[in-house]
Design a protein around this ligand. Structure first.
Ligand SMILES: [Zn+2]
Length: 89
């Protein structure tokens, strides 16, 4: 897998065979919702000499399922979730 990142530009090379996800129910292809179950958000803090705290990183764990829905009609589009992740920049 090519993981090189061009830090000088936010432009991405769109694959020529790019296919957009669209909702089979309502045709929406712009608004999507990702829902994660059982998320544990853990944030580490360090207390400084003066009693203030500094954030020292955070670890989040997703224990449950991640589901993916149409943002318009809430049809379950989880079958497209992997594609969504591949196209998420
Ligand atoms: Zn829809």
């Amino acid at each position: 897998m090519d993981t090189s990142v061009d830090s000088n530009s936010k432009k991405h090379n769109t694959p020529q065979t790019s296919v957009k996800i669209s909702c089979p129910n309502c045709g929406n292809n712009t608004d999507f919702v990702e829902v994660a179950d059982g998320v544990i958000l853990s944030t580490h803090y360090v207390q400084n000499r003066d009693g203030s705290f500094s954030q020292d990183g955070d670890e989040s764990q997703i224990l449950g399922e991640i589901r993916f829905f149409c943002g318009e009609c809430n049809t379950d589009l989880t079958q497209f979730h992997q594609y969504f992740l591949d196209m998420l920049f």
